[in-house]
Structure formats: C-alpha cells, structure tokens
Design a protein around this ligand. Sequence first.
Ligand code: GTP
Length: 391
Amino acid sequence: MMEEEELPPLAVPISESSSESLKQSDEEESPVHASSGREEAKEDRRSWLFGSAAGLRDEEDTVGITMITGYLGAGKTTLVNFILHEHHGARIAVILNEFGDELGIEKAMVNDGAGGSLVEEWVELANGCVCCSVKHSFLQAIEQLLQRREKFDHILLETTGLANPGPVAAVLWVDDQLESPVRLDSIITVVDARNIKQQLADTREAGSVNEAYLQIAFADVVVLNKVDLVPGELADVEAQIHKINALVKIVHSVRCQLNLKDILDRRSFDVQRSVDIEALLQLDGHNVHDRSVGTVSISATGAADLSKVDDWLGELLWETGKDVEVYRMKGVFHVYGSDKMHMLQAVRELYEILPSQPWQPEDKRVNRIVVIGKNLNRESLLASFRTCLVS
Ligand SMILES: Nc1nc2c(ncn2[C@@H]2O[C@H](COP(=O)(O)OP(=O)(O)OP(=O)(O)O)[C@@H](O)[C@H]2O)c(=O)[nH]1
C-alpha cells in the first residue's frame, strides 16, 4: 500500500498564500479542494470578501455567521430575539434582509434590549432578497462590518421568508485555503410545524423550486417551531423533512426556545468536524421516488481514485443537466493508497475533500455519499461513481 505522502498531489493552489497554508497545515495529508476551472468564481468571491479586510485573516480572528432562514412567518425573528436574550456571552451583529415595503418593520420586531444594548452592529439590507438582487450589497455589508470587527463575535443573518439559502451559502463557504475572515457556521431553517405541509405543497411555475424545499434542503438544523399548535402530528412532518434532507438535525420548539448549543457554533461547514459518519452509514440506499427535491445516498465498496473523484464531482456539480441540481453533498471515501477516511462536503458548485481519521481494522471500508438536490437519480449516480473505483 502507498504511504500517505505518496498520494498524487491534487490540491489546486488558489493563490500563493493559500498554497502555502496548505503545505503548512496538511503536510502529511492530501487535501483535495474544489475546483479545477472554478478559481475564477472563487477569486470573484474572494475579492468581495477581502477587499478591505485584508488585515483580519488570523485563524482566531474569523467570525462565524449563522444564517437563519425559514418560510414566511415561521418564527425567524422570534429565533433572533431568543438568541439575543440568552446568556451566551457573545457580542452579536445582526444583518436583516427585508423587502422594500417592510423597510424598518423587521428591525422594529427585533427586541434588541434597552437602548439597543443586545445588538452590537445592525445592517439592514432593503429592497430585495439577499439570495439574488442584493447579494452584492450583502457582501459589501459584511466587508463594512469587518472593519469594525473588534466590536462583535458573531453575525446573525436573518433572510427573507422567500430566500433561497444556496447562493449565499456558497458565497460564504469560503474554505480555509482562502483564509477568510468570515466563516459560515451553519444554516438554521425555522419551520412552521402547522403550515409546513401546505407550504411544501405550494406549486411554483414550471422549472422553479418552492423555497420551502430549498430552505430545508440546505439546512444543517431545522427548528421545528410552533409545535404547540400541532399536538400529535410531528412524526409525519419530521418524515417529510428527512425525505428532503436526510442529514438535517431536527429540534422541536415553542417560540424558538431551544438549547443554543443546537444552533450556534456548530461549524457545520468544517469538513472534518461536520461529516457525521454514523449518520452517513445509516443512510445506505436512501432514495427519492419522484422528480422533486430530496436526498439520495449511494455506497460502493472498493478503493476510489481521488483524481477520478475530482472529475466526477466536477461533472456532477458543474455540468449536470438543466433538470438536475445538487444543493449539498456529504460523504466518506475509501481512497486508494490511504489508510485514512476522506471526508467530502459540497455546497452547490464548491466542494472539499479532506483526509480524516484512520480506518479501524473493524471498519468496512466503503465509499458513502449523500446527495441532496433536485431530480436525482440514484442508479445513474451510483453507476457514474463506480467509474472512480480502482479496478
Ligand atoms: N403559537 C405560536 N406562535 C409562534 C411561535 N413562534 C412564533 N410565533 C408567532 O408567529 C408569528 C410570526 O413569527 P415571526 O418570528 O415574526 O416569524 P418570521 O419568520 O420572522 O416572519 P417573516 O419575517 O414575516 O417571514 C408571530 O406572531 C410570533 O409571535 C410558536 O412556537 N407558537
């Protein structure tokens, strides 16, 4: 078997400094990072994020962003208020995204304490949705916030009820190699337990996906709120949520009262900390039976060739047919020539694979990949992945 050091170097340097940091942090590892042919998109994001915050790149200086999303009236503001009033010791900056007519209303709904004492910094993004028309304003707002970085420890972003978390998540999920001063901590989706079935059933014009699906598909945690209004029906609702996103953690709440540990500092996009191997192993064969948003999981024994996996992911995330969309992926690979598990995280077109813990003698070395997206076909995913295996 090859030694770890002998693995082919697949990391694509993003810049001089980033390739340097790769060498320093992972000398004996073999990280694979998104993205042959994708550097341009990343550079674009990088310039937005780092334009005026170049001095804030020390590891301990990164600031986490928790994105709070959820359908209209689900309880997003209630959750922001709950977080602000809990004793967590963190100084919080809040970014609110509003539609034009609501200007100032959302802010008024947030109870920021006497004289605004519970919110260190406010940013209101008006006249559009953070996921589309005001994405650039959002990034500029983050840049401006970072100039006052010493004033706060964490950012809460409350999106509009009709936001698709995907584009913003991909922008924020700037991996360690970019030495970003901000990191997306997690996406928390508040779901109205009483109305979610109806919201999911709402149809959209052909080709576009209902935001309620997207908000669940991208979520790391679903806060299943308003459970006081639906005694007895929750197993059904949970099953529907897990059918869309089999990996999401579901927390029940009344008025978003919950344990803050369930939603803050989760580091859901840190590939080595967040891929729950146990959860992946339990998902073998998960499938969607209709042409909608859902989770598919595949597994295959045999060692995978990392460069082929890289090509496979590139094709899957960048070149899939119009009908097929991949929102998130997580996985564990058994990589040829390595005694370590390799963990996968993907958010839209960006992905990252990193070596993790060693396989134990009792482990069955398999590749398991969970894909959350639209119109996924398990058989074709499995067939195409098999081409990555070393024969
Ligand atoms: N019964 C009940 N009502 C709740 C609960 N959580 C929130 N509410 C109420 O639901 C309404 C909507 O809550 P918000 O927190 O404003 O919801 P939102 O998601 O921010 O709403 P938009 O910003 O308009 O999309 C408010 O009247 C809340 O008081 C709950 O658990 N149970």
